[in-house]
Design a protein around this ligand. Structure first.
Ligand code: AMP
Ligand code: MG
Length: 411
């Protein structure tokens, strides 16, 4: 066992400490991608509007472009009359100049003629004669239209750096003529599965005692959800040197390293030593005050985050979701992750919890009622039955039945 960092070697941290304090320096570089490939990617810098949008004043209703002042006081009893002098054409620069007392027919989306400052809805007019618009309702300046720079001023931020691009962001960039975007390279997250009992998930017939590697494919999905690119380095037997060699080999092509299993009491010193051999400063925490996730290891090896997960698939997935995904996002420059979908619900029973330890509890939610699911952390079926999970904070000694809880939903 290494003597260096002996104190940290036994450091148990809270979930909050891990989320706020574990920040290895590694960040991915940037690349340019076309909009078609940019969904979910993280802009490396703010995308700025090269010009005002929409770029010209546009009608937002079908009706008549007018000077609002010409409609003041108009009512059913005392209509105003405007001379209809033409039509604003869709997709063409305006050709007609509006004079006092006149109106121009206009459809939604067409450019307003110069001097027009509002569009009167066709429903608020009557037409006594073809060349005359009878106005029965006044409009204020700006009604029925958007200004030339109302969607974005020239130079405005269309999409912030660090927030995954969504469908509407891509639409906004397209509207501004930005066909490519500078994004962060997806962090390469290498998962090394450990365990003498593990066999590849594709193994058809199991010998008694063999276990398919179920964690790796599930972790790969969580890596993708966090914007990373998963890689599976395969299954390594329970052997410190083999693990160290595999991790060493994965280093050059990884931005985050994940060791699945081998961090429970018997094997943990071996795993910790293999991880610590990868680089300085090494182990940052050796245990989380968090259930299910106590044996979690976190290390900073030359700036590269290394996460040692508990072996039980359920614990591994919970820890990776709560602690690992934020690390993948950190490395990939995702400073503004999307808010997690949540629902408020009432607990249908008491939920015990030890003080000083956070608990992640799986739950079903139906009609505003949350039912916690209990069972061995080796059971994946608890996770597949759950709609989401709730966190009983460190300070709490449990939650009484009927408490209002916030359930974070699985997508
Ligand atoms: P360990 O942390 O290595 O003691 O593993 C704890 C439990 O999780 C054992 O029952 C392992 O068989 C199981 N386990 C570890 N890794 C995996 C995996 N990748 N897939 C499925 N089960 C696993
Ligand atoms: Mg094991």
């Amino acid at each position: 066992m290494p003597t260096r960092g002996q104190r940290e070697f036994f450091a148990v941290r809270t979930l909050g400490e891990a989320l706020a304090g574990f920040r290895p320096a590694r960040r991915t570089g940037t690349e340019r991608v076309p909009l078609d490939d940019a969904l979910g990617r993280i802009p490396a810098e703010p995308a700025l509007a090269p010009h005002a949008l929409p770029g010209f004043a546009r009608a937002t209703v079908d009706g008549f472009a007018v000077r609002a002042a010409d409609t003041y006081g108009a009512s059913d009893g005392v209509p105003s009359y405007l001379e209809l002098i033409g039509e604003a054409r869709m997709g063409r620069p305006p050709e007609i100049e509006l004079r006092p007392g006149t109106a121009v027919e206009i459809a939604t989306g067409a450019p307003l003629p110069p001097a027009a400052d509002a569009v009167l809805m066709v429903e608020h007019t009557q037409s006594a004669l073809p060349e005359l618009v009878e106005v029965v309702r006044p409009v204020a300046p700006g009604d029925g239209m958007v200004r030339a720079d109302e969607d974005a001023r020239a130079g405005a931020e269309l999409a912030p750096a660090g927030r995954p691009l969504r469908a509407q962001d891509l639409g906004m960039l397209a509207a501004a003529g930005l066909t490519e975007v500078e994004v962060r390279v997806c962090p390469r997250v290498t998962v090394v599965s450990t365990g003498d009992e593990l066999v590849p998930a594709a193994t058809r017939e199991l010998e008694t005692g063999q276990v398919r590697d179920s964690t790796a494919p599930a972790l790969a999905a969580l890596v993708r959800e966090a914007g990373g690119e998963p890689r599976h380095a395969g299954i390594v037997p329970d052997d410190r040197d083999a693990l160290a060699a595999n991790l060493q080999a994965a280093l050059p092509e990884s931005d985050v390293l994940v060791v699945s299993a081998g961090s429970s009491v018997g094997a943990r010193d071996e795993t910790a030593a293999a991880i610590a051999s990868l680089g300085e400063p090494g182990i940052w925490c050796h245990g989380l005050a968090f259930r299910p996730g106590k044996p979690t290891l976190l290390a900073d090896c030359g700036g590269m985050p290394v996460i040692g997960l508990p072996g039980n698939p359920r614990s591994a997935l919970v820890v990776f979701r709560v602690v690992g995904m934020p690390i993948v996002r950190l490395v990939g420059g995702c400073t503004h992750p999307p808010p997690e979908p949540t629902v408020s619900a009432r607990l249908d029973r008491n939920l015990p919890s030890a003080a000083g330890r956070a608990d992640v509890v799986q739950a079903r939610v139906h009609d505003g009622v949350a039912t916690p699911l209990f069972g061995s952390s080796s059971l994946l079926s608890i996770l597949t039955a759950a709609d989401g999970y709730l966190v009983v904070p460190e300070a709490a000694t449990g939650l009484p039945a009927d408490s209002e809880v916030e359930v974070i939903l699985y997508r």
